[in-house]
Design a protein around this ligand. Structure first.
Ligand code: ADP
Length: 535
């Protein structure tokens, strides 16, 4: 791209390969961008809320995903429009920062874009719209702090946390078991949380799944579950007070690389080589025994002969355990004072009260449970379910619930859900609009209307009349001056979200509004779209 000047000194841009590019400018560019963003939001709109619909997505290689999680839907959709990609990024950032509210953030951004379109048509400059949105966003975020409440819970009183996780799970496919899954998620987070420092390391929670059984069989294990079995069927399946040798180095003698050649032309040479290999392996086994190990967990494999030897020398072993799992096992089983150094044979420092192999159903599926670990901070949530899709969706839902519990431990302020917080912000924003004399007040009012689209979508998805329900709820909020009235999606019979126990974290809601506003402002500021033409 180069900037040139014509004979009157007016600048113009020369694009290389001009004929191959298409270009949209000014209002056309903004309108095209807005409609791309709106299209993405429209897809997610029907998935919002407890009665939201699920989507089925098929990948090019035939894998099927069923979900109503906004971030996952967008992740799996193959969008190639730049603005649509921005919306995908938007829900990804919400997922990254907060872990929940990924659908809501996109729906809100879509509504903001739709309102902006109307304003642009009325001749308001995009920058003024962007500025108005910015002011309104600030008002809404501050207002959320006013209506937020402190949420009390403790180690002995986890019920409030369970209730919050249940709100998140109620909009997912797994809502049949929301109570038990919420309890599992909260217990897992409490097990790894450092309540004094208000810190939760979600890496210590492993979510593992296996097809089979029922969703109700999902359990929390204070320890690690690995999808592996003992390397030999005759090895013990139940080891009490295991002393584990964790090997990140290969158990076997080093194999020649492709560049090297081993010349064996006589039987003697072959036998020497074999004996040497055996000796190497024997030494390794002896080393493990010397440090007192009663179980070897190995990152690499070993052949059947070695396996046989291990069985004879009475040293149970597990092979091909992934690096991440190995690390988790090490963290969980490392004895106090012991140091975990990868690649070094330090069997005696890793202790587990019980290591057992468990088989499932009539299949030959077996898993290894490492429990009663010396340092029991790492836990595993073991998901069961009828098919792979359910397991994957359950894992995603549990991830959301874990994030919600973590967010509350980090910051225990909450706002009520069901669109009540949005309605309350919308009232506050519209009231504030009157104080601004400039053109921005139109944008501020439009922001308020966009906030209303969340409760509207919730009502619509629950089969209610959107406009009537919204006006009923809004007028009740104004009449009673309470910010807890929201959409009664499940037909409980009350608008009061406090009674329905539907709440979300304050930081999650604030983040939704901030991120959506940021993206919409960015889209509004684009007035030139230069892209290669499709042939
Ligand atoms: P997200 O991916 O954005 O979290 P969800 O599909 O989980 O989207 O929907 C969340 C929305 O549904 C929130 O606005 C929440 O307040 C609302 N919600 C969840 N459960 C209920 C309920 N029982 N009654 C009313 N609203 C609910």
């Amino acid at each position: 791209m180069a900037l040139a000047f014509d004979e009157f000194g007016r600048p113009f841009i020369i694009l290389r390969g001009q004929e191959q590019k298409s270009r949209l400018r000014g209002l056309d560019a903004q309108k095209a961008n807005i409609s791309a963003g709106k299209a993405v939001a429209r897809i997610l709109r029907t998935s919002l809320g407890p009665k939201g619909m699920d989507k089925i997505l098929q990948s090019p290689d035939g894998d099927v995903t069923i979900t109503n999680d906004g971030a996952t839907i967008l992740e799996q959709m193959d969008v190639d429009n730049q603005i649509a990609k921005l919306m995908v990024e938007l829900s990804r950032s919400q997922d990254y920062e907060i872990g929940d509210g990924t659908t809501g953030v996109v729906v809100l951004a879509g509504a903001l874009l739709e309102q902006a379109e109307g304003l642009l048509e009325r001749g308001i400059h995009p920058i003024r719209v962007a500025e108005g949105y910015e002011m309104a966003c600030r008002i809404a975020v501050e207002h959320l702090e006013h209506i937020a409440q402190k949420f009390e819970f403790g180690v002995t009183n986890i019920e409030p946390l369970v209730q919050t996780c249940m709100t998140t799970l109620s909009s997912k496919i797994v809502n049949r078991c929301k109570r038990s899954l919420a309890e599992i998620a909260v217990k897992a987070v409490m097990a790894v949380a450092d309540l004094e420092r208000r810190d939760v390391n979600l890496d210590l929670i492993k979510v593992e799944g296996k097809v089979g059984g029922k969703l109700e069989d999902t359990e929390l294990i204070h320890g690690i579950v690995v999808d592996k079995d003992m390397s030999h069927p005759q090895m013990p399946k139940h080891i009490e007070d295991a002393k584990i040798a964790i090997l990140t180095c290969p158990f076997e003698p080093p194999k020649p690389k492709t560049k090297h050649k081993v010349d064996i032309d006589t039987v003697e040479k072959f036998q020497t080589l074999r004996l040497q290999e055996q000796k190497y392996f024997d030494d390794m086994v002896q080393k493990c025994k010397d440090v007192g190990a009663t179980l070897v967990i190995c990152q690499w494999g070993f052949d059947d002969e070695a396996n046989h030897l291990l069985m004879h020398r009475n040293l149970p072993a597990v092979r091909w355990v992934g690096g991440v799992e190995l690390e988790l096992i090490a963290i969980a089983t490392v004895r106090e004072g012991g140091v975990y150094t990868p690649c070094i044979l330090r069997g005696h420092r890793f202790l587990a009260g019980l290591v057992r192999e468990k088989s499932f159903g009539t299949t030959k599926d077996r898993m290894l449970y490492i429990e009663r670990c010396a340092n029991s901070r790492a836990v595993t949530i073991f998901v069961r379910g009828g098919n792979k899709m359910i397991i994957e969706e359950t894992k995603r839902s549990i991830h959301d619930a874990l994030c919600v519990a973590r967010n509350i431990i980090r910051n225990n302020s909450i706002v009520y859900g069901g669109g009540s917080a949005e309605i309350s912000c919308s009232i506050a924003v519209e009231a504030a609009a009157d104080k601004y004399p400039g053109v921005e007040q139109y944008a501020i009012r439009a922001f308020g209307d966009a906030l209303d689209s969340i409760p509207m979508a919730l009502a619509e998805n629950s089969g209610l009349q959107p406009i009537e329900t919204l006006s009923a709820v809004k007028s009740q909020q104004i009449k009673d001056n309470n910010a807890y009235c929201g959409i009664d999606c499940n037909d409980v019979g009350t608008y009061d979200m406090r009674e329905q126990n539907v709440f979300e974290t304050l930081i999650g809601k604030q983040q939704q509004i901030l991120l959506a506003t940021q993206v919409v402002k960015m889209i509004l500021k684009i007035d030139d779209v230069i892209s290669p033409t499709d042939y």
